[in-house]
Design a protein around this ligand. Structure first.
Ligand code: URA
Length: 196
C-alpha cells in the first residue's frame, strides 16, 4: 500500500510541473498481488468524472471480460497507459470530446507505467488495443493484428497477452468473433498456467 502511495505522489508531483497540470488523474487500481493486470489506453469522460479506470461504457466490456474468466474486478489490477483524459473540442458542439492520446502524452506516462508494472508485478499483462501493446512490448512497430490472442513472453517471466480494444470491436463488428476467440484463448492460457 505504501508503495502505491509513493508511486501516486511521484506522478502527482511530475504532473504539477507539466503542461498537464490541473487535470484529473485516473490512477490504476486493484488487487495487491494480482496474477493479471489489464492495461487500457486512456480514461474517457466517465472515468475522469469518477477518477477510476474502466467505469464508463468500457466498464461494461470489462464486466463481460471478467465473466468469461470467472474473475471479480477486485481480483485483478486495472490501469491505463495515459492517466489523464485526452480531449479535443468538438467542432460541432464546442464541447470536450475524447481523442486518442498523443505521442507526447504516451511518452510522458511511459516511465510511470513501467514503474507501475514493476510495483504490481503481475504474471500476465492483458493489453487492450495498440497503444498499451506498443507501450508494454516496447516494440514501436507492433500492431494488434499480429499480436492478439496469444501469449508473448516479456522480461522477468511476465507474459503479455494482447487483445483488441473493446471500442474497436464496437466500430468493427466483424472483430467480435475474433475478440471472443481471443478471450477464450486467454482463459485457456490462464488455466494452463494454474492462474484461474
Ligand atoms: N476507459 C479506460 O479507462 N480506458 C480505456 O482504454 C477506455 C475506456
Amino acid at each position: 500500500m505504501q508503495q502505491r502511495m509513493t508511486y501516486q505522489n511521484q506522478l502527482r508531483k511530475a504532473l504539477e510541473t507539466s503542461l498537464y497540470q490541473g487535470k484529473t488523474i485516473v490512477f490504476g487500481e486493484g488487487a495487491q498481488s494480482p496474477a493479471l493486470m489489464m492495461i487500457g489506453e486512456a480514461p474517457g469522460g466517465e472515468e475522469e468524472k469518477q477518477g477510476r479506470p474502466f467505469v464508463g461504457k468500457a466498464g461494461k466490456n470489462l464486466s463481460a471480460f471478467l465473466e468469461v474468466l470467472g474473475l471479480k474486478r477486485e481480483e485483478i489490477y486495472i490501469s491505463n497507459v495515459v492517466k489523464l483524459r485526452p480531449v479535443k473540442e468538438s467542432p460541432k458542439t464546442g464541447k470536450a470530446v475524447n481523442r486518442p492520446p498523443s505521442g507526447e502524452e504516451i511518452a510522458f506516462f511511459l516511465p510511470f507505467l513501467q514503474e507501475e508494472i514493476a510495483m504490481v508485478a503481475p504474471k500476465v499483462i492483458v493489453t487492450l488495443g495498440n497503444v498499451p501493446l506498443k507501450a508494454v512490448s516496447g516494440e514501436k512497430g507492433a500492431v494488434i493484428g499480429d499480436y492478439h490472442g496469444k501469449p508473448l513472453p516479456l522480461a522477468e517471466g511476465r507474459i503479455l497477452f494482447a487483445l483488441y480494444h473493446p471500442a474497436a470491436v464496437i466500430y468493427n463488428r466483424s472483430l467480435q468473433a475474433v475478440y471472443d476467440g481471443d478471450l477464450l484463448a486467454l482463459r485457456a492460457f490462464l488455466e494452463s498456467e494454474g492462474l484461474l
